[in-house]
Ligand binder design. Structure first.
Ligand SMILES: Nc1ncnc2c1ncn2[C@@H]1O[C@H](COP(=O)(O)OP(=O)(O)OP(=O)(O)O)[C@@H](O)[C@H]1O
Length: 751
């Protein structure tokens, strides 16, 4: 490209940056003013007191307060908008746009030009930058020079011919690279991005988003979407850019807090946490499923489960059949088996469990279990009202009267000088005070013995589903119930039990109180069990689901596949997309890793090439020296290195040779750890979705023996596919099970 063109482009960019800077400065002062107003409003609202002197005054002051609150909400959402725009402008000052497209609209034969960036920029009716999410920007992703591309603009399709596609690489406002691309050369900047080092934070991928990824991002027609793909094919990238796209395309009626995003663990959550904010979209609620459940079952502590300890019993609890059993069980509870407790006032039984049972049986309800229990609650409240009246002359009220303190007596005296009336007031007060907490308990349905009910449900399972098909005997099941009971005594629940317990609570309490989300986005959907997916779908039946996953990374062996999903979504459409290009790992890493995957008719298409994976033997005399030799150089280059094992127990084995090597490292055992060292050792369950320049998979015989279950290939596939540039594998010796059946051409042995 000649210098003149570069100078012209730079001159334009300088002009654009000046406009951005002017807008940023103006927004800065606007932000300060708005913030000041907000502070004033907050101060004033805290000064408003509800005036209780008369009902008119109360009505007036509470109206005033409401108005203030509404004003505050509007002002704070304006503040957020200004802040979001400022973030985008700040980024655009450094790097205003990454692409230029010259095209003709074939309907009008007009020659036009757009520059595409992370946000839009207008001045005096001129469009200096077009947001990458605008309909016309699809030309950047869809079109190559000479292509005719049809795009839906507004409510109709229009055809465009691409005449020029220019990509820019910009640093601190200066063009450091510029390329006109065509079909033949593909996307040279993509290679540059992929060759770069790994990062502990994922960034937005809009400049190099690929055609097949862009199509999924922009697919808003399908009700539910399932993005399947090989490891490193950009499923997370697509999911994150899709969320940003939805927030742009539906900005008039989709708010950030109407999207719920599930991540596999909190380390991954931190890894992706900056993608949306750096595109100017804050506040999308992120969660992991265990967190989601723990927030809803607060009176128990969760015992997390580990990869490789997957037992047949967990398979039962994760299954669709188990959810079906739960539904059937709640139907049965409508007539029988509900476990009630007495409603007490101190040591006196106010309403006995037998009476509650009688009331419950007398209710003829065609609705759900929750609806019937709701009627029971109302009846019990009525019954409490009757008891309240009949308690006015009770002995305990006489007793309480005798012990009234003088202050309260004076208060009653001031209300009435008639001694009979005064006593009646006092009795009513005593009874009302005593009944308030009881009413509260009835309202929260504390008359149901939830814990015992859960154990009863577990005990009923052999009658509700076929345990044999899960290879679990009735004895094993009842032993397991013993364990669960033991843990419950300590107020602890296994992860799967806590989920089931919550599902049972919902059957009893109803789903009505759930916040409604428009979109539920799930990354690593294969980590969900069919049970959990069913539960989510029940909770949020009207939401649209965007799911991404790779069945080959099903390290928990949850058995969630497309057919199961289809079943759960019943009649609803699930549009499947398949991504096969691996952007993360090199050809050599994938050639090795793919042998641990079931790829059926799919074929991974990696696009970069480097060294073959190397296998080191722990029992070799030169092991530490060999490892050190290979890694010291990489450490010096600043590459991020992860030692990955199937379970956290394996990490203890890794520590020994990291110590022998004498290097600074971090071990990660739980997902609330902040990953902040260049060398880390962690179990794969916590490295889900992450990537490192170098991965050292550790699979000594001892470690292999410690994982239960027969099909552990997916664990190894997931471990190996975390490597971007180089993979090392540590086995005990050359006879390792891990190497059996693996093509020796795909790796090198270090001897
Ligand atoms: N179009 C793209 N341009 C630049 N980088 C990309 C692109 N697509 C994917 N990548 C990069 O490839 C790597 C893998 O992407 P991502 O994590 O989204 O894949 P994934 O399919 O979710 O992987 P896995 O399922 O194995 O966790 C990331 O570093 C990501 O930034």
């Amino acid at each position: 490209m000649n210098n003149k063109t570069i100078q012209e482009e730079q001159a334009r960019m300088d002009k654009v940056i000046a406009i951005i800077t002017a807008e940023a400065d103006q927004l800065k002062s606007e932000y300060t003013t708005k913030l000041e107003i907000q502070k004033q409003l907050l101060k004033q609202s805290s000064e408003i007191r509800i005036n209780n002197s008369s009902s008119e005054a109360m009505w007036e002051t509470s109206g005033e307060l409401r108005e203030f609150e509404q004003n505050l909400t509007i002002k704070s959402s304006e503040l957020i908008q200004v802040q979001n725009r400022r973030t985008v402008l700040e980024k655009m000052q450094e790097d205003p746009y990454f692409g230029r497209i010259d095209y003709q609209n074939l309907a009008y034969s007009e020659e036009e030009q757009i520059y595409v960036g992370i946000g839009s920029l207008f001045e005096d009716n001129e469009n200096y930058i077009v947001d990458w999410r605008a309909p016309i920007s699809a030309l950047y992703y869809e079109g190559n020079v000479g292509d005719t591309v049809k795009l839906r603009i507004g409510d109709r399709f229009q055809a465009f011919e691409v005449d020029l596609k220019r990509q820019f690489r910009v640093q601190a406002g200066k063009i450091v690279g510029m390329i006109d691309t065509d079909n033949v050369m593909g996307d040279p900047y993509l290679m540059e991005v992929l060759e770069a080092g790994s990062s502990s934070l994922m960034g937005p991928v809009v400049a190099t988003l690929q055609k097949e990824q862009n199509r999924i991002v922009r697919d808003t027609q399908s009700r539910n979407v399932l993005i399947q793909g090989v490891a490193g094919s950009g499923k997370t990238v697509v999911m994150m850019q899709k969320i940003a796209y939805l927030l742009y395309a539906f900005r008039a009626h989709l708010k950030t807090d109407e999207i719920l995003l599930f991540s596999p663990n909190r380390i991954f959550q931190a890894y992706i946490s900056q993608v949306l904010p750096s595109l100017g979209e804050w506040d999308v609620e992120g969660n992991t499923f265990p967190q989601f459940i723990q927030q809803r079952v607060t009176n128990f502590k969760m015992i997390p489960n580990e990869v490789g300890e997957n037992t047949a019993i967990q398979n039962v609890k994760g299954s669709s059949a188990f959810y079906g059993a739960l539904e059937r069980y709640s139907q049965l509870l409508k007539n029988k088996y509900l476990l009630f407790r007495n409603i007490m006032r101190e040591d006196d039984v106010l309403i006995s469990k037998e009476e509650i049972q009688e009331i419950y049986s007398s209710i003829d309800s065609k609705g759900t279990l929750a609806a019937k229990l709701e009627i029971l609650r109302a009846r019990l409240l009525q019954r409490l009202d009757e008891l309240r009246v009949s308690s006015l002359d009770a002995d305990w009220v006489d007793d309480a009267l005798q012990h009234y303190d003088t202050d309260s007596l004076h208060r009653f005296e001031s209300q009435s000088h008639n001694i009979v009336k005064m006593e009646s007031y006092m009795r009513q007060q005593i009874v009302s005070d005593a009944f308030k907490p009881i009413e509260h308990r009835v309202n929260s349905q504390a008359h149901i013995r939830y814990r015992a009910q859960y154990l009863h449900f577990l005990k009923s399972i052999p009658n509700l589903m076929n345990l044999e098909s899960f290879h679990v005997s009735t004895e094993e099941w009842s032993d397991h119930i013993g364990d669960v009971r033991e843990e419950m005594r300590k107020n602890r629940f296994y992860y799967y039990d806590m989920t089931t317990y919550y599902a049972l609570l919902l059957q009893m309490k109803g789903m009505m109180t759930q916040k409604s989300y428009q979109y539920i986005c799930i990354d690593e959907v294969q980590d969900f069990t069919p049970f959990q997916m069913r539960l989510l779908k029940k909770l949020y039946p009207r939401a649209r689901y965007v799911m991404a996953g790779d069945l080959n990374q099903n390290i928990w062996q949850n058995r969630l596949d497309y057919d199961v999903l289809k079943n759960i979504f019943e009649e609803e459409e699930i549009k499947r997309h398949l991504l096969l290009t691996s952007y993360r790992s090199t050809k050599e890493v994938m050639a090795f890793a793919d042998q641990f995957a079931i790829l059926d008719d799919q074929e991974t298409k990696p696009i970069r090439s480097r060294e073959k994976p190397e296998v080191l033997f722990r029992e070799s005399q030169t092991f530490t020296k060999d490892l050190k030799e290979r890694l010291d150089e990489r450490v010096a280059r600043g590459e991020r290195i992860a030692f990955l094992t199937p379970t956290s127990a394996g990490i203890d084995k890794v520590v020994s040779f990291l110590d022998e090597w004498g290097v600074d490292y971090q071990t990660i055992y739980t997902d609330d750890t902040i990953m902040n060292k260049q060398i880390v050792a962690m179990p794969i369950g916590l490295a889900k979705g992450l990537e490192f320049d170098v991965v050292v998979g550790v699979g000594t015989d001892e470690i292999i023996a410690s994982i239960a279950g027969s099909n552990n290939q997916q664990i190894w596939y997931t471990i190996f596919s975390r490597a971007m540039h180089q993979l090392y594998l540590i086995t005990s010796n050359k006879d390792s099970k891990l190497l059996q059946g693996i093509d020796p051409e795909t790796y090198k042995i270090v001897e």
